[in-house]
Each structure stands twice: as C-alpha cells, then as structure tokens.
Design a protein around this ligand. Structure first.
Ligand SMILES: [Cu+2]
Length: 352
C-alpha cells in the first residue's frame, strides 16, 4: 500500500509542478512568438538527433557486451546447427540494415533541419529509387524465407526411418511425465478419460491394449546420444509447450490431440558440462549462489548443468516451474537405466 501511495503522491507533485510552470509561462509577456522555432532551436534539435544516434549505438554495444554470455551454448541436436545458422544470418542482416538506416535517418534529420533560407525541393516520384528499395528487400527476404522453409520442412519431417526411439511427453498443470514405448517401441493407447489415480494409472493408459503393458512411465527423461527420438506430445488440461532449448526444439501440447517433434541428440550431458560456454555460465551462477549462501539465503546450493525440458506457454500460476530434467548419455548407460525402470504392466499388477 505504501509504495502505491508514494507513487500517487509523486505523480500529483509532478502534475502540480507542470501546472505551475504553465502559469509562469503564461504570465510572461513576450515580444516574439515563442511557438515558432528559431534558428537556435533548429540547430539544437539537429544535434540532439546525433546525440540520440550515439545513444542507440551505445546501448547496442552495451547489450552485446553485457548479454551475449546469457545466450544458449552450441546446439546439442543434429538439426540445431542449421537452425542456429539461419538465426545468426537473420540477426546479422537485421543488425547491418538497422545500423545503416538509423544513421541515415538521423543524419538527414540533422542535414535538413529547419532553415529559413532553404526551400524544399519537390519531386513527385523517382522510379529508379523505388525500384531499388523494393527489389533489394524482395531478394533478401525471399532468400531468408526460402531457406527458412527448407529448414522447417527438414526439421518437421517426422518419420520412422533410422529406428527412432518413441517417447511420449505428457503435460499437465504443472509438471511433465515421460512415457517410453518399451520393447515393442509402440506406445499403448491412452486417453485422459481412462486416468485412474487410485490404481496409479496417471496417464490414462488403456489396460486392454497389449502395447501398453511394456510402456515405462518416468519423471526424468533419459536419451541415448546419437539415436533419433520421436516425441509424441499430449496435454491433460490446457495448452502447454514442450521447450527443449539446448536441442532447439519446441512443440505445443494441445488437449485432445497428439503433436510431434523429432530430433537426434548429439552431445551427452557429461560432454556438454565440459563446453567452455557452459563451464563459464556454471561458474558465474555459482558465484552468485556463493554470495547468497554467505547471506544465508535460499537457492544457494552449487548448481550443475543439466539439459532441461521447460513449458513455454503461460499455462497457470506455477507455469514458471514446470520443468523436467533431461539426461543424454551413452547407449550402454541408457540401456542400464531403462532396464531398471518398472513397466506399466508390472506397476498395475502391484497396485491391484
Ligand atoms: Cu505448462
């Protein structure tokens, strides 16, 4: 309440000062009309244009310096490299065009600042100029769009070639569950209407479907490196979005339908922890955490890098914390882990 009152008082004080200056201005009798800009005003505004340009360039350089380090490390999936190249090229083009056009905009505002001696040149149109500023964006944008479409069709080409692992990602407010298809690599039928919490059937698997018995339901996603994974996404309640930033992957999870995404992880968790960018980031975060620990604050335990699955649709009050750990490991480690997990059939048998 106090901050609100303070803000209200400050706003009222500002309005009072503004009104008082207006009264003061009105009480001044002026010989000349102050509403018309003088030569000094024009010059002053012309140079202010340059000052603003310097401010824009300054804040750009500052942002590069300060925030480049919070960007994601190298892509950990097969398609991620191509995706990153497309993004970098788009950024470079936008950066060059923005730097040039901002300079021209502000320079011309300065060059053609108000001058009583100068008369404006009038011409209706210039075909050559219009052609140039139409054709250049057309070529550049067509190139970007074509490359984008090519990348999109490649990434979204979900098929069963190369013996992919089938994994379901199940979203609900506010957590993720993963389901492996088991030995047959076919997910059993499931429907939210068949959810039976009392019998631990949390994902609503169809008991009568023989494909369901060997399915494995887990709360931590393990993936073998180098093997393609076909994800099938479901949602129990509202729109969620399965976002795996390190693999450059995202797909909406929509109630009532199954959506898909596919990628091949290329870097294990252990290898990614050695990546210089990741090492740097972990060091920085643990520095902050050490400071917190010294002050006796929460969330101050040392942090270790892990891949992560996040929800990227604002789905409710605990959306910010809807996440699941992803572990990319060698084929052997994965096989050992999956063998130690209980199948749906067994967990149902022990629940009854
Ligand atoms: Cu969500």
């Amino acid at each position: 309440m106090t901050p609100l009152l303070t803000i209200v008082v400050l706003v009222l004080v500002a309005i009072a000062i503004w009104q008082m200056t207006k009264i003061f201005e009105l009480s001044q009798i002026r010989a000349s009309n102050s509403q018309v800009a003088s030569e000094t005003d024009n010059k002053y505004n012309g140079y202010l244009m340059f000052a603003f340009l310097i401010f824009l360039y300054g804040i750009t350089i500052f942002s590069f310096w300060k925030y480049t380090k919070v960007l994601l490390p190298e892509a950990a999936s097969e398609h991620g490299g191509g995706y990153d190249s497309l993004m970098v090229l788009s950024f470079v083009i936008i950066f060059i065009v923005q730097t040039l056009t901002q300079f021209l905009l502000h320079y011309f505002a300065f060059k053609y600042r108000g001058d009583r001696e100068r008369k404006a040149l009038f011409f209706a149109d210039n075909d050559r100029l219009e052609f140039i500023w139409t054709i250049i964006p057309v070529i550049v944008l067509a190139g970007l769009i074509l490359w984008g479409l090519y990348a999109w069709t490649n990434i979204m080409d979900i098929n069963d070639e190369d013996d992919p692992l089938t994994v379901e990602l199940y979203a609900q407010q506010f957590n993720w569950t993963a389901r492996y298809a088991g030995n047959d690599n076919v997910l059993g039928d499931a429907n939210v209407r068949m959810i039976d919490i009392d019998n631990a059937n949390v994902l609503g698997l169809d008991n009568s479907d023989p494909n369901a018995a060997d399915d494995i339901i887990v709360k931590e996603l393990h993936l073998p490196v180098g093997r393609k994974v076909n994800f099938k996404m479901r949602s129990q309640d509202v729109l969620h979005s399965a976002y795996m930033p390190h693999f450059r992957a995202q797909m909406n999870c929509v109630p009532g339908m199954i959506t898909q995404f596919s990628f091949t992880p290329t870097i294990t968790t252990a290898e990614m922890r050695q990546n210089p960018d990741v090492v740097d980031k972990v060091k920085r975060i643990n520095g902050i955490r050490a400071e917190k620990a010294a002050k006796g604050l929460d969330n101050s335990d040392p942090w270790e890098f892990d891949y992560i699955l996040l929800c990227n649709k604002i789905c409710g009050k605990s959306h910010y914390n809807m996440q699941m750990k992803i572990i990319v490991e060698t084929e052997e480690e994965y096989n050992a882990w999956i063998a130690s997990q209980q199948t749906f059939g067994k967990s149902m048998a022990s629940a009854q």
